[in-house]
Design a protein around this ligand. Structure first.
Ligand code: GLU
Length: 594
């Protein structure tokens, strides 16, 4: 995820672009840059945020330009990797949001044809492809370049001596802002609200050709019309996408996050991943270290690994990890950290390296300390998460774990094929949970009156019960405990009363009957029970006080839909209690102390 902007008009583009980029920083900010066109193109970019770039950049003269604030996916944050990227002659500049999945093959071909590359990004192939196809018609050249590209993109193209901007999108958002003798192109509405509230939303596959007085939208080479919208949001509201809180926005981003995390990694056509051959030779066990919400992703991973790979997995809280020097030969060590800066993780990683262990990091931040210490890193591509409570970053971690584990050659090929199909449906299954969010609201209003809540589950959903409890406590301040359902009778039963509700996750797997038994035991102690159960479960309604239904999925993916339902439950409960949801008391997003 990142923010892109284009300006064409009568004013100096430089300050306008930087102002707009500042408004887009909620989409990413590890580096930024601008390109302004005159007879040639002047580019200024660095690993700073827009405000610092504004102070440092020389005044670039011109009324036509593009800008980018980056959240790296390919290549570390560095000056060379920052956008805009140019062709060999520096005549074409491009900003890009998204991931080009086939860039490596295209890059090799272009190098062979004499093109020179200076960055590690996937993006840089775009200006080179446009250069290759340019025969005096920029739109045609862009279309030809996009025909070669697979993956997701929102791009803006600037060419010296062409008095226009060309924009195109696929699976990444893009809008056109309409001004008076000036126009804008941006990733999102907040970028341009200081200048105009008149907006056209580009649709999948649209190409926009924008001059200062005119907008043309083309699709498959044919000109079409798109409706103009008037935006009544403030900049703040627009940054939250119209949602009341970033947390709710981020919960709703999860279908996209699932797609982004899997793009180029999972395809039904080619169900193998190059990681497999490299990694899984001689691995006899796994050790996964994490903290907080990431720890719950790690625990979920343990269930998936043990089911699919039949090797033992040890999951430890990074803050509790002590290694006395025992040999870890044959052990695959994985750390999971959203920020890549969590102090407990970094300490544990250094210890693992001291004892000669290779470490794989799963993190959301390219170039983070964890990625620099690790021998190998897999990025989660959730984009920046602004709300302190982790939601979409957890979902992206789960997706990386599914993908990673499915890539091991030990997985039975028939099971793999059915899982790949199921995985492809996850964005729409999650969307169904979100569409039914209003039904969860009612349960949340009810829950908000209690002081203590238990979350229970068995098997692969046990970590999701822990995560549901963590979400509820951190944002609603209700005391919540996640428990393995079979463990309640070993102590917590003493706490069950009519004022202690229990949320029970009831998955359609081999834990189902045992869960029903546990629910009956709880009901006998008069606690209200809310079940989280699959659509079509005819039995559960007769046992519990109320049911939140989630769509049917292959049981191994039930944590995905259950997580989203519990995130919404926590969110609406906290909202009902009037809590400061995005910034809960005493908490910080990145925990850089041990
Ligand atoms: N893939 C591009 C890069 O790494 C764009 C990243 C993004 O959209 O955040 O530079």
């Amino acid at each position: 995820m990142c923010g892109i902007i284009g300006y064409i008009g009568e004013r100096q583009a430089h300050p306008i672009l930087l102002g707009c980029l500042k408004r887009l920083e909620y989409r990413g900010y590890d580096s930024c840059g601008i390109a302004i066109a005159g007879n040639s193109i002047n580019v200024y970019k660095n690993t700073v945020r827009a405000e610092e770039l504004r102070k440092a950049a020389p005044q670039l003269d011109g009324t036509l330009g593009i800008g980018h604030t980056r959240w790296a996916t390919h290549g570390q944050p560095s000056q060379a990797n920052a956008h805009p990227h140019c062709d060999c002659d520096g005549k074409i500049a491009v900003v890009h949001n998204g991931i080009i999945t086939n860039f490596q093959g295209l890059k090799q071909k272009l190098i062979h044809e004499g093109h020179k590359f200076i960055s590690e990004t996937d993006t840089e192939i775009i200006p080179h492809l446009i250069e290759k196809y340019y025969r005096g018609d920029l739109e045609r050249a862009v279309e030809a370049a996009l025909d070669d590209i697979e993956g997701s993109y929102a791009i803006i193209v600037l060419m010296a001596s062409e008095d226009k901007l060309v924009a195109a999108r696929k699976d990444s958002p893009l809008i056109i802002g309409l001004g008076d003798r000036e126009n804008f192109i941006a990733s999102d509405v907040p970028a341009i609200l200081d200048y105009t509230n008149r907006v056209i939303y580009l649709e999948e596959g649209d190409m926009g050709v924008v001059t200062k007085d005119n907008i043309k939208i083309r699709r498959d080479g044919i000109e079409i019309n798109r409706e103009e919208h008037k935006i009544s949001w403030s900049v703040d509201e627009a940054q939250r996408g119209g949602y009341e809180h970033f947390m709710l926005k981020e919960i709703h981003e999860q279908p996209r996050v699932i797609r982004d995390t899997l793009v180029g990694r999972v395809s039904v056509a080619e169900p193998t991943v190059d990681l497999a051959a490299m990694r899984d030779k001689g691995i006899e066990s796994m050790l996964i270290l994490a903290c907080g919400t990431s720890y719950h992703a790690a625990l979920t991973g343990k269930y998936i690994i043990e089911e699919l790979l039949r090797i033992p997995v040890r999951v430890e809280l990074a803050s509790e990890f002590i290694c006395y020097g025992q040999t870890l030969t044959g052990t695959e060590a994985i750390v999971i950290t959203q920020s890549g800066e969590t102090a407990d993780i970094l300490r544990a990683m250094r210890r693992l390296k001291e004892v000669g262990c290779q470490v794989l990091a799963i993190t959301n931040v390219v170039g983070s300390t964890a990625s620099r210490i690790a021998d190998q890193t897999i990025y989660t591509r959730a984009g920046p998460e602004i709300s302190v409570a982790a939601t979409k970053s957890f979902m992206a971690q789960l997706m990386v774990l599914y993908w990673l584990i499915m890539s091991y050659s030990k997985v039975d090929s028939r099971r793999l094929a059915s899982m790949l199909l199921a995985l492809r449906q996850m964005p729409s299954k999650v969307q169904q949970v979100l569409n039914n969010g209003y039904k969860i609201l009612e349960h949340a209003n009810n829950l908000s009156g209690y002081d203590n809540v238990f979350f229970i589950a068995r098997g692969i959903n046990f970590p999701i019960a822990l995560e549901g409890a963590l979400k509820l406590k951190e944002i609603s301040y209700i005391h919540a405990e996640g428990y393995a359902a079979g463990e309640l009778k070993h102590g917590p039963f003493a706490l069950l009363r009519s004022d202690t509700p229990v949320i029970a996750i009831v998955a359609q797997d081999n834990t189902y009957e045992a869960m029903l038994t546990n629910i009956r035991e709880i009901k006998a102690r008069s606690s209200p029970v809310i079940a989280l159960a699959e659509e079509g479960d005819e039995v559960i309604g007769g046992l519990v006080d109320s049911v939140i239904t989630v769509p049917q999925v292959d049981a191994i993916f039930s944590p995905v839909v259950n997580t989203v339902a519990l995130q919404l439950l926590a969110y609406y409960t906290a909202k009902q209690r009037g809590c400061p949801i995005d910034f809960p008391r005493n908490l910080a997003k990145s925990v850089t102390v041990e």
